[in-house]
Design a protein around this ligand. Structure first.
Ligand code: PMP
Length: 360
């Protein structure tokens, strides 16, 4: 068996130790005589798996007691609709920061419902940095401020937490669990699983409990955060196997990695090795302002675009997979999520230096 170097933006690499554990437990979960995916979500065994996953996530992120953790479906994209539906019940205008493709999609969805106010945007300079604090201007009746912490396609991340006196809502799909952060600064945090949490199919929402009372009355029950909070995220059949795998990833982070501070140190070494390789050459380039470079997603271009397909073919033959940039921006992108190891990144930079020497 060979596991190659997987730089996919999502669904992304999973820790091998987690997959091995899942394999061991696949047919007979801890002497129960059946697989987790064959169990009732209402069985005591699955309820214990679900509760343990929540406890481990709470430990990892030091989530305060007045926050509820919800496990939903529909991906982060469904949350683009859930955010205005669940937060506009007391009126006001949804406010958004615009830093690229994912925040723009969230703005579009809110606009359908309520007409969003863009409180800051760096579109004018090609999204090479995020709005500075003094460039953020909320509307007078702001109901909340939404931003995307890490733009997965652009490779752009915030270096600070916006300070506002309305609930702060954050799409952390591609950065959650990559480093510690202070949950109490936020009203709502959400993230699709398929980068740092687990396989696709489950979405984590962390919401301050006082915000559960603000839904628009017409909110469909399956989109209402309070319904999930009141029913242990089991209003209908949840994606049980994805939930179980997410729980294994949380245990891996706690026990094997040693927590999020350790994870951050590893992640910083990984991205620094790659950015250093890019910056040391005229052959590779990354346009992002260094203070806003993502530690998770590193887009880069080749000086000679005609070499793009050769680069990708040769990389693949070296076992370096999924380096093609998003179709909207072209070039390359290496996603360095938690399960991508320092050895994976070392293999990539060795290949890049070699390719440059031969073709540059
Ligand atoms: N937000 C961000 C930052 C993302 O990276 C993605 C997926 N790549 C999404 C939202 C959409 O997620 P999903 O496909 O889970 O709906």
């Amino acid at each position: 068996m060979t596991r190659l170097h997987n730089f996919c933006a999502g669904p992304a690499a999973m820790p091998s130790a987690v997959l091995e554990r899942a394999r061991e437990e696949m047919l007979d979960y801890r002497g129960q005589g059946l697989s987790v995916m064959e169990m009732s979500h209402r069985s005591p065994t699955f309820e214990a798996i679900a509760a343990q996953a929540e406890r481990d996530l709470r430990d990892l992120l030091a989530i305060p007691d007045n926050y509820r953790v919800l496990f939903m479906q529909g991906g982060a994209t469904m949350q683009f609709a859930c955010v205005p539906l669940n937060l506009l019940g007391q009126g006001g205008t949804p406010n958004y920061l615009d830093t690229g493709i994912w925040s723009a999609k969230a703005i579009k969805e809110a606009s359908h419902l309520a007409g969003a106010h863009v409180a800051g945007s760096t579109q004018g300079n090609g999204y090479v940095h995020v709005p500075r604090p003094d460039e953020i201007a909320l509307s007078t009746d702001a109901a909340y401020l939404h931003y995307c912490h890490n733009e997965t396609i652009g490779g752009l991340a915030y270096d600070y937490v916006p300070e506002v006196d309305v609930p702060l809502v954050c799409d952390m799909s591609s950065s959650i669990l990559s480093a510690p952060f202070d949950v109490s600064r936020y009203g709502v945090i959400y993230a699709g699983a398929q980068k740092n949490i687990g396989p696709a199919g489950i979405t984590v929402v962390i919401v301050r409990d006082d915000l559960l009372e603000r839904a628009l009355p017409q909110t469909p029950s399956l989109l209402g955060w309070k319904v999930y909070a009141d029913n242990g995220s089991m209003i209908n059949t949840p994606p049980t196997y994805a939930w179980y795998l997410a729980g294994l990833v949380f245990q891996w982070l706690k026990q094997d990695v040693g927590g999020l501070a350790e994870m951050e140190a590893i992640n910083r070494r990984k991205c620094e090795a790659l950015y250093a390789t890019i910056d040391a050459s005229d052959f590779y380039a990354n346009p992002i302002d260094p203070i806003n470079r993502s530690i998770m997603n590193v887009p880069f271009t080749l000086a000679d675009e005609a070499l793009n397909s050769t680069f990708l073919e040769e990389a693949e033959s070296e076992g370096l997979l999924n380096l093609k940039g998003h179709r909207s921006v072209g070039g390359m992108r290496a996603s360095l999520y938690n399960a991508v190891s320092e050895a994976d990144v070392q293999a990539l930079v060795t290949f890049m230096r070699d390719f440059e020497r031969r073709r540059g």
